[in-house]
Design a protein around this ligand. Structure first.
Ligand code: SF4
Length: 194
């Protein structure tokens, strides 16, 4: 079967693989984490291979997910993870637009920012989702660059990107937010091999 393109799953429902509240591993603070079903990247060493099939999961509307998020009391952030969020860009953009500015929104994607920016020139859903998120952790999980000490990243090729600043610049810009990269930016330093 051909790989689905970003935002190929058009329409206004989401295929969810899972939903967590009060998460601390996918961004700073307490966050709701929306795991989508379906991923074309198939990174060796992926910790969530059950999210790869585009079939399955739970079909929900963005408004239903919003209500689950609103039901939480302490969470101040929302993270879209996967699976591949940009394979369901239209519906996630709908959800993000319902959540802002009350929540800060992050997205984990196996695509690079540059690839999504290019794709966004012809895919309105991809561009709408790019414009709806604050922070992006981009790129595939690369097993030989994995390090469990990396803050909010699985492997050191991934970047923590300030999406509004990057869109304005037309090029990826690391976030300067110490909540994401540490007080001195130390979390973005390449790990030293043992
Ligand atoms: S992009 Fe994420 S969910 Fe998809 S295969 Fe890679 S690590 Fe797994």
């Amino acid at each position: 079967m051909a790989e689905p393109e970003p935002s190929a799953a058009k329409g206004r429902t989401l295929r969810l693989a899972g939903f967590d509240r009060d998460g601390i591993a996918d961004g700073p603070g307490l966050r709701c984490v929306v795991f989508v079903q379906g991923c074309p990247h198939h990174c060796p060493g992926c910790q969530n291979p059950q999210t790869w099939p585009f079939e399955g999961g739970e079909e929900v509307t963005p408004a239903q997910v919003r209500d689950r998020i609103f039901d939480t009391v302490l969470d101040t952030g929302v993270t879209f993870s996967g699976g591949e969020p940009f394979a369901q860009a239209d519906a996630l953009a709908d959800l993000a637009e319902m959540l802002r500015p009350r929540y800060d929104i992050a997205v984990y994607t196996g695509y690079t920012f540059e690839a999504l920016l290019e794709r966004g020139k012809t895919d309105a859903g991809v561009m709408r989702l790019l414009r709806s998120v604050d922070v992006m952790v981009d790129g595939p999980f690369v097993r030989n660059r994995a390090d469990r000490l990396l803050l909010f990243r699985g492997s050191s090729n991934q970047r923590i990107i300030d999406v509004p600043a990057s869109l304005a610049a037309g090029a990826a810009r690391w976030t300067q937010d110490p909540a994401w990269i540490g007080e001195n930016g130390e979390a973005r330093v390449e790990p030293v091999s043992a």
